[in-house]
Design a protein around this ligand. Sequence first.
Ligand code: URA
Length: 212
Amino acid sequence: MIPSDLFSASKKYSTLEDVLNAIKGMKDDPLANAGTNIVISRGNPSAKLLLIGEAPGPQENIQGKPFVGPAGQLLDKILRAGNFDPDQDVYITNSVFRMPPGDDGKSFRKPNDQEIEYYRPFVFEIIRLIAPYVILLTGNVACQSVLKRTGITTLRGQWIRVEGHWLMPIFHPSYLLRNQSREPGSPKAMMWDDIREVRRKYDEMLTGSSPA
Ligand code: URA
C-alpha cells in the first residue's frame, strides 16, 4: 500500500534550489568516499514530465549531468519519439546521486539497498518541488526507490496514481541497448508503446481533460 502523502510527508526544503544545494553539500552519504562526483539533474525544472533513472555512469560522472552517455542518447531518442523535447519538456534525475564504483575502483556497479534508501528522501523532495503531472521510473532501481517494489517486466507500462501524480515504470534504456530486437513483444517495441501512452496521458493532463 502506497501512503497517500508519500512525497509530501517530510517537506524539508522550501525550494528546488535548496534541495539541490543540500545534495551538493552531502558529506555523510554512503558513496561520499567513493571518489565519484555528485550528479543530480538536467532539463527544465518547470517541466510537467519527470524522469527518474538509476545512478550516474562513467560519462555522467565526468560531465556532471545524468543520462549523457549511450543510455542517455537512447533515452533522448525515446523521448523525441513521444514528441517530447528532452531539454524543454522533461526534468531528468536519478535515484542515487553518485556513481557507485565497482570492485576495481574504476568500473561501476548497481546501487545497493542502503544507498537507494539514503538518497530516497532527496528524490521525494525533488518530486514534490518539481510537481510534475507524469513521473517515469526507468528500471528496477527507480521502482525500488520510489515504490519500494521491483519487477519491471510486470510493472512496466502500467499507471500508478500517487498524490495527484501519474507514475509509470518503464524499461531502463541500458536494458534496451542490450536487447536490440524490434520484433512485436520485444522490450524495444514495448517501450515504443509506453512512450505513446505517456504522451496520451501527458496531453490529457495538460488540457485538463483527465477524469481523475
Ligand atoms: N543510467 C542511469 O540510470 N542514469 C544515468 O544518469 C546514466 C545511466
